[in-house]
Design a binder for this molecule. Structure first.
Ligand code: C2O
Ligand code: CU
Ligand code: CU
Length: 481
């Protein structure tokens, strides 16, 4: 089943690429080895060999010297099921240290599991091992490096891959009948076949590249049957770029957020994805046959003038001044009986009353000898300081307040949360999130239940440059008394 999906995906991708080059080769001959792009667990286990590499890498029909997993951007998609044992033999062929983080997975943050405090030096290997809990929700998760100080650089240079948990949502009949399309949104900057280093100011604001790709391609075309459904599974794998998505003439029916399924589809006209966030939407093939564009609309993620270097820049920060086409949906074929939207997509139980409330203030300041730093409650990250000890088995309510001049997407490892309010307004949608946008001068409240896994993990801004510049803290999950 997955193989069929894979070869169709590759077929379309290769077809588009070859059409662009004007080569008349049969697409089948160009199909890559099936297991190179998608690695699927079997019989309750998966073994993956993953190598971090630096070198010429195919990107948008050309080649650039990038950092990658296995020589491709994005890295291979890993697919598991609840209860699976994951063994990932990782080797670091980069000229610098790195490590791995499994973003959004509810697995131990310690040992050789989702432990971001591990460091794998250049040329060394490490085997990651963890079990996906039996009750883990289905969803779109991802992996990327997480070595403090190098995260933004390594992700910007190309390191990111999808980590998918298949489960109940995949069995909802209408969802199962939909055509599935993954979309990893990622920007790059390439000049003369390599990625130039960012300027200090670019880094402080969060680096954005002018080459915007979807699954490593520019403006791919996807097919949709008239009367059919497309299940679009989106990841923002950019370090800093936001994507304000709008699909021409089609509403988006949100069915899942970061942590998995919603209770029912939720109709959206636009969808804003900040770095680190994921969303699954259904698209109905309900228009007349044609070609419809998925746009990224302009979005201003802060004020580059105020307090961020004085009069040198001013105006807004981020994105493009005009709408940018990301991909195109092309109608092909027709269903006699149109597929309906699902009525229910899952269950999102409401979290109980919090035993404790905390407040986190996001800010920035100038530090002598360090330049601009980003802070949480006035402090920069310190790997030997436990900022937030919490009790396993309890629910807390956290308020994240942004007192800075740039938007900050706040991310918490290991345990997903439910947003309670934004800017003082109650959140209508009950959903599992692990990353939430906290816009300038606004605050967001969420509830989180700390469950299962003791140990240290982190929370941080998912503009990865800000994380590297200090906007991260350590949460310690402690066993109850
Ligand atoms: Cu996707 Cu701590 O990050
Ligand atoms: Cu994460
Ligand atoms: Cu930030």
């Amino acid at each position: 089943m997955t193989k069929a999906k894979h070869s169709r995906r590759t077929f379309l991708a290769m077809g588009a690429g070859l059409a662009g080059l004007g080569l008349g080769l049969p697409a089948r001959a160009q199909t890559r080895a099936p297991d190179a792009d998608v690695l699927v667990s079997r019989g309750g286990a998966i073994e993956v060999d993953l190598e971090a590499r630096f070198g010429p890498t195919p990107l948008a029909g050309r080649s650039a010297r990038l950092f990658s997993y296995g020589g491709r951007v994005p890295g291979p998609r890993i697919e598991v099921r609840p209860g699976d044992e994951v063994t990932l033999r990782f080797s670091n062929a980069l000229p610098e240290p790195t490590n791995l983080h499994f973003h959004g997975l509810h697995v131990p943050p310690t040992g050789n599991a989702d432990n971001i405090f591990l460091e794998i030096p250049a040329g060394e290997r490490l085997t990651y091992r963890f079990k996906v809990p039996e009750n883990h929700p289905a969803g779109t998760f991802w992996y990327h490096p997480h070595l403090h100080g190098l995260v933004a650089k390594q992700v910007f240079l190309g390191m990111a891959g999808l980590f998918v948990v298949r489960g109940e949502l995949d069995q909802v009949p209408e969802v199962a009948a939909a055509r599935e399309q993954f979309a990893v949104l990622k920007d790059f900057e390439v000049a003369g076949g390599r990625v130039p280093p960012p300027s200090p100011m670019e880094f402080v604001r969060g680096r954005e590249g002018s080459l915007v790709t979807v699954n490593g391609e520019v403006e791919p075309e996807w097919s949709l049957e008239q009367g059919g459904l497309l299940r679009l599974r989106l990841l923002n794998a950019s370090t800093a770029r936001f994507y304000r998505l709008k699909l021409e003439d089609h509403p988006l029916y949100l069915i899942a957020t970061d942590g998995g399924a919603l209770e029912e589809p939720y109709e959206l006209d636009e969808l804003l994805l900040a770095p680190g966030e994921r969303a699954e939407v259904l698209v109905r093939g309900e228009r007349k046959p044609g070609r419809y564009t998925l746009w990224a609309l302009p979005y201003n993620r802060g004020n580059g003038g105020m307090g961020m270097g004085g009069g040198m820049m001013g105006g807004g920060v981020g994105g493009d001044a005009r709408p940018r086409p990301l991909a195109h949906l092309v109608y092909a074929g027709r269903r006699k009986t149109p597929l309906p939207l699902p009525e229910r997509t899952g269950r999102v139980p409401e979290l109980g009353a919090p035993v404790r409330r905390r407040r986190f203030v996001l800010g920035h300041s100038m530090r002598p000898g360090r330049g601009m730093v980003f802070t949480i409650n006035g402090q920069v990250f310190n790997p030997s300081r436990i900022d937030t000890p919490v009790r396993l088995g309890t629910v807390e309510e956290w308020e994240i307040a942004n007192m800075g001049v740039l938007d900050h997407p706040f991310h918490l490892h290991t345990n997903p949360f439910q947003i309670v309010s934004r800017g003082g307004r109650r959140e209508r949608l009950r959903a599992w999130k692990d990353t939430v946008l906290v816009p300038v001068r606004q605050s967001v409240r969420f509830r989180v239940a700390f469950e299962d896994f003791p140990g240290n993990a982190v929370y941080h801004c998912h503009i990865l440059e800000h994380e590297d510049l200090g906007m991260m803290g350590i949460v310690r999950f402690e066993e109850g008394a």
